[in-house]
Write a protein that binds this ligand. Structure first.
Ligand SMILES: [Zn+2]
Length: 652
C-alpha cells in the first residue's frame, strides 16, 4: 500500500525522517549540552559496557527497560523503511544491531539484559531474589524478538533475527511447565512477539537454513501460550494490595523468603495482570499498557489456536474497556498511580491516559478485527489513530506527550522524558498504518480506513486487484475508490461504515451523538442502498477495471454526550467532526472557565489552510455571542508553549 494523500503522507514522511532520527539521537543523549551529560544519557553505552565484559558496575544509563525501548525504536524504524527507504537510516540501525550482537556474544548462553548484567548479576529473569517487575528482562527480550522479525521483513537481513532467536531459544529452554521454570513477563508484550517469531518460520521454513542457530518454531508458540496461561499460577505472595508496592518489593528481594518460592514464583499482582488466571479476570485491569499488550498477545495466540477460553476473555475485556473505561479520544488508563485502569464509568476529564496505553489499545482493536472481521473494532482503532496517537507528537515531529488528559491547563509537550517509552510506541504503530487500510480475510476484501493512495492486493488464486483511493478525509467526507483488474473478477468488497457516521458513537452506548444525517454510497454513479453487516456495506459483484465506488460520510460537526452512568461528564458535551474529536484551546484558563456551550447552537465547519498545517475548525458562539473556534484535539499545544484546553465543555 502506498499512501498518497494530504493528511497522512506528509506526516509519515516527517516521522520517517525527523522523528526516528530524533528518537535515536536522544537515546544517544545528543540533546544534552555537555559531553558528560551526553554520556550519562546515552543508552547505547549500556550495550558497549556489556560487550567489553563489564558486569556488576552498578552503573546503567536510564531505566531497566531502556534496552527494550531501543529495540522498539528499531522495530518502528524498520517498518518505516519498508515504505520509505532510507539507506542512511538503515546503516544507522545496522550499527546499533552490531552493538547489540557484540553485547550478546559475551555470554555463552546468549542471555542479554544490560541492566541486570551491569546492576543485578545473578538475578537473571528476576530469579534468586531479583525483581522482574522492575528489571524487565523478559519484556526487553520480547522487544528484541519483535525487532528482529520486523527488521528482517523490512530488509531481508538476518543479523538481528539471529540475535533474537538465540535469546528466544534461551527463554524456551528456561521457561515453561516443570521441570522448566515458572517465569512470565511481568510486562506484557513478549507474548505477541513470540507469536510473530513462530509465524515467521512457519511461513518461511527455508529461512532457518540462513541462521547459524537451531529453530524449532513450535517452541515459540508454546512459550507464548505458557506466558498467557500461567498468569495467576504463583505462590500467592506478596500481597500487593494489602502490603503496598514498597513492602511487596522488599518481600520479593528478601532472601529469607526464597524458600517459599521453590517450584513457584512471586505474584506480580493485579498491576501486571497476575493475581488470578486471565481466564478468570472478569474485567480489564491493572497497568493499562501491560493490560492492552497482554490482550494483543492473547488475541494473536487466539488467531492460531481459536481456544474458546481466550476468545471469551478477549470479548469480555474488550467490551469492558470500550463500553465502560474508554475515553472519547480512544485513550485508556484513567489513574496516575500505577498507570492503571479505573473503575467502570470512571472517566474524569483530567485522567492520565498515557500515549503507550492508546497504542496498546490500538493493537488490541486491530487484533480483534483480525479475529472477527467486525468493523466496530476498526471504528475504535480509527478513534485512537486520529486522536490519542496524533496528539502524542508535535506538528514539528520532535516533541511528545506522555499523559493526554481531555481537559488541561498548563499543557506542555516535552522534547524528551526520563521515561521515553511513548515515542518508540508511537513509531511502532504509526509505521503500520499502511497495513491497516485494507484487509483480506476469507478471500474477501475489507476497506477499513479512508486514506488516499494505491494498494495492489493479491488474493489467493486470483489476478491482482488494484484499488486506488482518493479522499480529503478527515476534512471532507467523500471517499472515491477505483478498481483495476486484468480480467473482471467477482469479489465481495466490504466498505466500512463508521459507527460515528450512523449515530452510533460507541458500540456499547458509552457515548451518543446528535448526528442525524445519512451515509451515501454510489457504485459507478448509481446510488446503492446500504445494508450494514458487521459494520460494513458489502458490495458483491463482478468488478472490472474503472469501476468506481463513492462513499459520502457526514463530517458536519456533531455534539457528543456521555452515558448517564459517567458521573464526571454530566452536563458536559464534546464536539466532533468525522473521526476527529475537537477542543477549545486558550492561553488563558479563565476564558475556558467562563465558557458555556449554548443550548441552541449553530456550528460551522471551516477549513483554514493557515492554521496548524491546515485544519477544519468548528466555529461556535456562546450565549453572549462571543465567538469560539474549536480545533482538532490532536493539534493542542502547537501554538504556544503552554496552553489550556478543553474537550469536555460545560453546558448552559
Ligand atoms: Zn509511554
Amino acid at each position: 500500500m502506498v499512501i498518497d494523500d494530504h493528511f497522512w503522507k506528509p506526516k509519515m514522511q516527517l516521522w520517517a525522517s525527523t522523528t526516528i532520527n530524533d528518537v535515536f539521537d536522544k537515546f544517544e543523549g545528543k540533546h544534552k549540552a555537555s559531553v558528560e551529560e551526553r554520556a550519562r544519557n546515552n543508552a547505547f553505552l549500556n550495550f558497549n559496557q556489556v560487550a567489553e565484559g563489564k558486569v556488576n558496575t552498578g552503573k546503567h544509563v536510564g531505566f531497566p527497560w531502556f534496552d527494550g525501548l531501543v529495540y522498539e525504536t528499531i522495530r518502528g524504524a524498520s517498518d518505516y523503511l519498508k515504505h520509505i527507504p532510507d539507506p542512511k537510516l538503515e546503516s544507522r540501525i545496522d550499527h546499533y544491531i552490531d552493538a547489540v550482537g557484540r553485547a550478546q556474544n559475551v555470554r555463552p548462553d546468549h542471555y542479554l539484559n544490560t541492566y541486570t548484567q551491569l546492576v543485578e548479576p545473578g538475578h537473571e529473569w528476576g530469579e534468586n531474589g531479583g525483581f522482574l517487575r522492575w528489571q524487565h528482562d523478559v519484556y526487553n527480550a520480547g522487544m528484541l524478538v519483535e525487532a528482529g522479525v520486523h527488521y528482517y521483513k523490512a530488509t531481508g537481513k538476518t543479523k538481528l533475527l539471529s540475535v533474537a532467536v538465540k535469546l528466544a531459544n534461551l527463554m524456551t529452554a528456561t521457561m515453561g511447565t516443570a521441570p522448566k521454570k515458572n517465569i512470565i513477563p511481568a510486562h506484557a508484550g513478549p507474548e505477541e512477539a513470540m507469536m510473530k517469531l513462530y509465524w515467521l518460520f512457519k511461513e518461511e521454513p527455508d529461512l532457518k537454513k540462513k541462521l547459524e542457530v537451531a529453530v524449532i518454531e513450535n517452541n515459540y508458540y508454546q512459550l507464548a501460550t505458557f506466558w498467557i496461561e500461567n498468569r495467576g499460577n504463583h505462590s500467592g505472595f506478596p500481597l500487593w494490595a494489602a502490603w503496598g508496592n514498597e513492602a511487596s518489593e522488599k518481600w520479593i528481594k528478601d532472601t529469607k523468603n526464597q524458600a517459599k518460592l521453590v517450584n513457584s514464583r512471586p505474584t506480580w499482582g493485579n498491576y501486571a495482570q497476575d493475581s488470578v488466571s486471565v481466564f478468570q479476570m472478569p474485567t480489564i485491569e491493572g497497568h493499562a499498557v501491560r493490560a492492552t499488550l497482554l490482550a494483543t498477545g492473547m488475541a494473536a495466540a487466539a488467531s492460531e489456536n481459536k481456544d474458546s477460553r481466550y476468545l471469551q476473555t478477549l470479548h469480555r475485556w474488550w467490551n469492558n474497556m470500550v463500553g465502560k473505561k474508554m475515553f472519547i479520544t480512544g485513550g485508556v488508563g484513567a489513574i496516575h498511580f500505577d498507570e492503571k485502569f479505573g473503575a467502570d464509568y470512571y472517566l474524569p476529564t483530567d485522567a492520565y491516559l498515557e500515549t503507550c496505553a492508546a497504542v496498546g489499545s490500538g493493537y488490541f482493536h486491530k487484533r480483534m478485527f483480525d479475529l472477527t472481521q467486525d468493523g466496530k473494532y476498526i471504528d475504535e482503532l480509527e478513534r485512537v489513530l486520529y486522536n490519542s496517537l496524533l496528539t502524542g507528537i508535535s506538528l514539528s515531529g520532535d516533541n511528545y506527550t506522555y499523559q493526554n488528559p481531555l481537559n488541561a491547563h498548563n499543557h506542555k509537550r516535552w522534547d524528551w522524558h526520563e521515561c521515553p517509552c511513548c515515542p518508540p510506541m508511537f513509531l511502532k504503530i504509526t509505521s503500520e498504518l499502511p497495513d491497516y487500510i485494507y484487509s483480506i480475510a476469507n478471500e474477501q476484501l475489507y476497506v477499513n480506513l479512508f486514506v488516499g493512495g494505491e494498494a495492489r492486493l493479491q488474493l489467493k488464486n486470483r489476478d491482482q486487484f488494484v484499488i486506488r483511493q482518493e479522499t480529503e478525509y478527515p476534512w471532507k467526507g467523500k471517499v472515491a475508490l477505483t478498481v483495476e483488474t486484468k480480467r473482471p473478477q467477482k469479489l465481495p468488497v466490504h466498505i466500512r461504515i463508521p459507527g460515528w457516521a450512523i449515530g452510533k458513537e460507541n458500540p456499547l452506548g458509552l457515548y451518543t451523538s446528535d448526528l442525524n444525517t445519512v451515509v451515501k454510497l454510489f457504485v459507478n454513479g448509481r446510488p446503492h442502498k446500504i445494508s450494514i453487516d458487521k459494520g460494513y456495506a458489502v458490495l458483491n459483484q463482478l468488478w472490472k477495471s474503472g469501476d468506481r465506488i463513492e462513499l459520502v460520510l457526514p463530517v458536519e460537526p456533531r455534539v457528543i454526550e456521555a452515558n448517564r452512568a459517567v458521573k464526571d461528564l454530566q452536563r458536559k458535551v464534546a464536539l466532533a467532526s468525522g473521526p476527529l474529536i475537537y477542543c477549545l484551546e486558550e492561553d488563558n484558563q479563565s476564558v475556558l472557565d467562563a465558557f458555556q456551550f449554548p443550548r441552541k447552537v449553530n456550528m460551522q465547519l471551516l477549513y483554514n489552510s493557515n492554521l496548524l498545517n491546515g485544519v477544519n475548525t468548528i466555529s461556535v458562539k456562546d450565549k453572549t455571542g462571543k465567538h469560539f473556534s474549536a480545533i482538532p484535539y490532536y493539534t493542542v499545544g502547537n501554538r504556544k508553549e503552554k496552553t489550556a484546553y478543553r474537550v469536555w465543555l460545560s453546558t448552559e
